[in-house]
Design a binder for this molecule. Structure first.
Ligand code: KIV
Ligand code: ZN
Length: 386
């Protein structure tokens, strides 16, 4: 069986920018959009045009700039939102309107004070109206994660009949377990009439740390688009991290799924977004964290020095990191020390190494990390004594 493509829908500039304190100006958004386009994402969600004049302007400028990716604008299910989004997207080569409404009983009751039938009607009207402006209309069933599957299937069926080309199934509150979310996608694949005309999309939040696992479960069960953000930024605990899903599909060829993202740009992309948003990346973040390719314990270091594959499942070069690092700490062993001495130009014999190692440990117990200057200082001190 041939591999199938999973489209990558980046929402760093919309859901990602909803992080408190991460507000970007138009110039910063353009810099990110240009790089996302180069990275090879299929869709860039540029913003929520009706939300503010600044966001409208950004979506409009991004639409003019982006060459390859589709450019998407978010709306609620009402005419004004859709008209404003269509206007902001009018310069896009490949515009998409992303419209939708809450479908869980909780959203229907508390947000809309409405009922299931009325919600379907509003969804249909929104999709039809969006379709009068653009060919490519994505429908989101907000809080689909907590929406009953049979009702969700009816909503999806009506959205497809109204012209939706993509159906977004958001786990808005990050509540689902991977198995449940996968079953939901499978249920829709099997029970929605006309589903072959639309792409199912995963949009998972990370409230329980399951966003990536849920998205992968979604594509295993038939979804063919993942909505995600650089560094996993997003509302509350964030969204599915783009770099994680891209590398999971790349490393697990058995899934027979691929993306067209250039993984070698992932590290630079992460740094750009982190710098512009003023949002540091946690050091142990998968793929793009400072420690993602750093080895600090003696046993691991010895293995990696002998063969990288002993403790690394990804070649760092594949994500744009030059090489893995051997960090010297009090947990490091002789082999890491010899390796680092060699790197800075000192070939040491076994006896010398035994002696240097004791000196190193004394220093490492005092300092958190030993750098090349410290190693040179150890050598100089010992040479002076001799
Ligand atoms: O999490 C969510 O449900 C959303 C929708 C607006 C797509 O971000
Ligand atoms: Zn979201």
């Amino acid at each position: 069986m041939n591999s199938e493509k999973v489209e990558i829908f980046d929402t760093t500039l919309r859901d990602g920018e909803q992080v408190p304190g991460c507000k970007l100006n138009t110039e910063q958004k353009l810099a990110i959009a240009e790089k996302l386009d180069e990275l090879g994402v299929d869709i860039i969600e540029a913003g929520f045009p009706i939300s503010s004049p600044g966001d409208f302007h950004s979506v409009s400028e991004i639409s003019k700039l982006v060459k390859n990716s589709k450019v998407c604008g978010l709306t609620r299910a009402n005419q004004k939102d859709i008209e404003v989004a269509a206007e902001a997207l009018k310069f896009a080569k490949r515009p998409r309107i992303h419209t939708g409404i809450g479908t869980s009983d909780s959203h229907i009751k508390y947000k809309f004070n409405s009922n299931r039938e009325d919600i379907i009607e509003r969804a249909v009207q929104a999709v039809k109206y969006a379709k009068s402006f653009v060919e490519d209309v994505e429908f989101y069933a907000e809080d689909a994660g907590r929406t009953a599957n049979d009702y969700l299937a009816r909503v999806c069926e009506e959205a497809i009949k109204a012209g939706a080309t993509v159906l977004n199934i958001p786990d808005t509150t990050g509540y689902c377990l991977p198995e449940e979310y996968g079953e939901k996608i499978k249920y829709l694949k099997e029970n929605v009439k006309g589903i072959e005309k639309a792409v199912l999309s995963c949009h998972c939040h990370n409230d329980l740390g399951l966003a990536t696992a849920n998205s992968i479960s979604g594509v295993i069960n038939g979804a063919r688009q993942i909505e995600c953000t650089i560094n996993g930024l997003g509302e509350r605990a964030g969204n599915t991290a783009l770099e994680e899903v891209v590398m999971i599909l790349k490393q697990h060829k058995k899934l027979k799924l691929y993306t067209e993202v250039n993984s070698k740009m992932l590290n630079d992309m992460s740094v750009l977004v982190s710098d512009l948003m003023g949002m540091p990346v946690q050091p142990n973040k998968a793929i793009v964290g400072a420690n993602a390719f750093a080895h600090s314990s003696g046993i691991h270091q010895d293995g990696v020095i002998k063969n990288r594959e002993t403790y690394e499942i990804i070649d760092p070069v594949e994500v744009g990191v030059n090489a893995s690092t051997i960090v010297l700490t009090a947990r490091s062993g002789r082999s890491a020390l010899a390796y680092r001495f060699k790197n800075i130009g000192f070939e040491v014999t076994k006896n010398e190494l035994d002696f240097l190692y004791q000196e190193f440990l004394k220093m490492a117990d005092r300092k958190k990390e030993i750098d090349n200057n410290d190693l040179t200082a150890i050598i100089e001190r010992i040479t002076r004594k001799i």
